[in-house]
Design a protein around this ligand. Structure first.
Ligand code: SAM
Length: 252
């Protein structure tokens, strides 16, 4: 079945953009995923095609109108039934690999890209949107975040990546660790040698070294992930729990 991405945006020409190239582009041409970018302005009802208005309570900027967005969401969910409706916002739960895995395993996603100061709260609640943030920074619009979210999902779709093992082993894989460092030829470069163990041909030693490097990097760089990892190992050795769309850890 084709994984369907439906994007609600004021800038439909931004899609598929970079997702039309490389791995995602090839998968798009092969029909492994499909994309429809819907212009929110097409759901405005006045002759100026207005999508925003001033905020109640005053303040800077404009807010996207709930009536226009609701009509847009209706069309998008009809075109992509069963797909969760994600509103990209810095107020949302942080995007992580558990959510990416969950979305890529489903039928697809409807993504609402905000602009201006954001979206009227009533339509977020009425449409039961899943609010997702690309990170603790503010973009000028949801479109770059949508490209990021889609890229992460598409590479996990069946047949898109070469080695099935690579997704499990890489950073934020099933064990929740950052990945070990990589090396390639030449074996010596500017006086720096590749670690001897990687040239040894001893697979078990290589695996042990990589695991130790992954653990050391996670402990040093991401104490938050390291804490989660050690807690998970204590509770359930050999198991990594997936996240859920509502932001709570999945039940064991
Ligand atoms: N006033 C909003 C706030 O402070 O939370 C920021 C609005 S931002 C200028 C306009 C739009 O960009 C948002 O509605 C959202 O769709 C998108 N956006 C900005 N930063 C984002 C982030 N970190 N993750 C996801 N979407 C983001």
């Amino acid at each position: 079945m084709t994984w369907q991405a439906t994007i609600l945006t004021l800038f439909p020409e931004m899609f598929p953009g970079p997702l039309g190239l490389s791995l995602a582009g090839k998968a798009l041409r092969e029909g492994r995923w499909a994309i429809e970018a819907m212009d929110i302005r097409g759901f405005a009802t006045d002759r100026h095609r207005t999508v925003d208005d001033t905020p109640f309570g005053g303040g800077a900027g404009m807010v996207m109108r709930p009536d226009v967005l609701d009509a847009a969401c209706e069309a998008a969910t009809a075109a992509n039934p069963g797909a969760p409706l994600v509103y990209l916002t810095p107020r949302g739960r942080l995007l992580d690999q558990a959510l990416v895995r969950e979305l890529s395993a489903g039928p697809g996603v409807v993504v609402l890209c905000g602009r201006y100061e954001g979206v009227d709260q009533r339509v977020i609640e009425a449409r039961n949107m899943v609010e997702v943030s690309a990170g603790d920074f503010v973009l000028s619009g949801g479109e770059p975040a949508a490209l990021l979210l889609l890229d992460a999902c598409i590479r996990l779709l069946p047949g898109v990546m070469g080695g099935a093992a690579s997704a499990a082993e890489e950073s934020h894989g099933t064990d929740g660790l950052l990945e070990y460092p990589h090396y390639t030829r030449p074996a010596e470069w500017q006086g720096h040698r590749v670690p001897d163990v990687l040239l040894s041909g001893h697979h078990a030693e290589v695996a042990r070294w990589r695991r130790a490097e992954a653990e050391a990097a996670t402990r040093a760089r991401r104490p938050d992930l390291w804490d989660q990892f050690t807690r998970r190992m204590a509770e359930q050795p050999n198991t990594a729990k997936a996240g859920r769309l509502d932001g709570h850890p999945a039940a064991a």
